[in-house]
Design a protein around this ligand. Sequence first.
Ligand code: SF4
Ligand code: SF4
Length: 346
Amino acid sequence: MPLESMIEEFLMERGALAVGIATLETLAGGPPSADITYRMEGARSAVSFALPLDRDKIRAFLAKEDRLGHEEDNIRTNLRSKELSWELAEMLKKEGFQAKGTAANLKYRRDSEDWQLELHPDISHRYIAVRSGVGSYGWSGNVGLEGHGTAVILGTAVTDADLEPTEPIPRGKGFCDNCKLCYKSCALGMFDNKRETSVTLGGVTFSHAARRNLLLCDFTCGGFNGLARSGKWSTWSPGRFAVPDPEDHDNLLKEFFRAVDSYHRRPPIPGGFMHTALEGYRQYLTCGNCQLICWGNREDTRENVRILHGSGCIIQDADGELRALPPEEAEAAFNAMEPERRALYC
Ligand code: SF4
Ligand code: SF4
């Protein structure tokens, strides 16, 4: 059996939804995170795969009924992705090749002074997934699969084996129908609803929404802010910052650091995990909405956004408990807090 078929069978038997292969040639000319030799000197190929997230847990998360269930599933699936990439690397070593697994998340390049804000990964699972045809870009910039959407976790293993690359999904043939519901699920509109950006990998160009300012995602997905621009719903974060113009980067950065400081003084909540980029920063999953709402068909995706937009706004009680209230009640509860407590959230 050809090695490529063995790899595919190995991963599919262990729960992968799709498997693809990219090589030095098919990733040539890409951004630094497309360089697979950064992960392993001598790497010539990268194997990409995707694992599903639990949809019931996503629905309960979006509805603000249960945060922990999805957080645990998300962490478990990320760890499974890492394990599976290492298992594949072991299999390839037994076949006589050098190979390495990769972390699914939270592994960053530390080459630049601002690495803690830029958060460039050691290797981009997304570049490898889109170039190898495991999935394609959705408007949000998340990678998704037909029938699954973007509610998946990607994984990658690298090897010095010269594998046959697989073809990318042709433009317009992927799962994304440009419904832009992902745009409506982002509390601060981190990405644009009209402008595109693109990346070229091995001579093939891939596009998705342009980023207004990546700091907006750090602000929200990081858990510091939760209230949507409309004031009508929030993520699981109780933060209620009036976030400045994304084009005014310096001011946004100033507000971001102020929010980080307030965040560290909030009462702790169950769950979470230590983030590798900031010392002492315990992150709780409070967003990820643009990825979680898209299930690969318009009906389910629309329902997910309806649930999210009707889920209310989070308020944190003095004992740390998070409560979802209708927007007007949440605002009244927030205004009724003593000034010192209110300052933790705005
Ligand atoms: S929500 Fe719609 S526009 Fe966004 S990635 Fe999914 S299908 Fe594409
Ligand atoms: S993870 Fe959350 S904050 Fe970041 S882009 Fe997606 S929806 Fe917006």
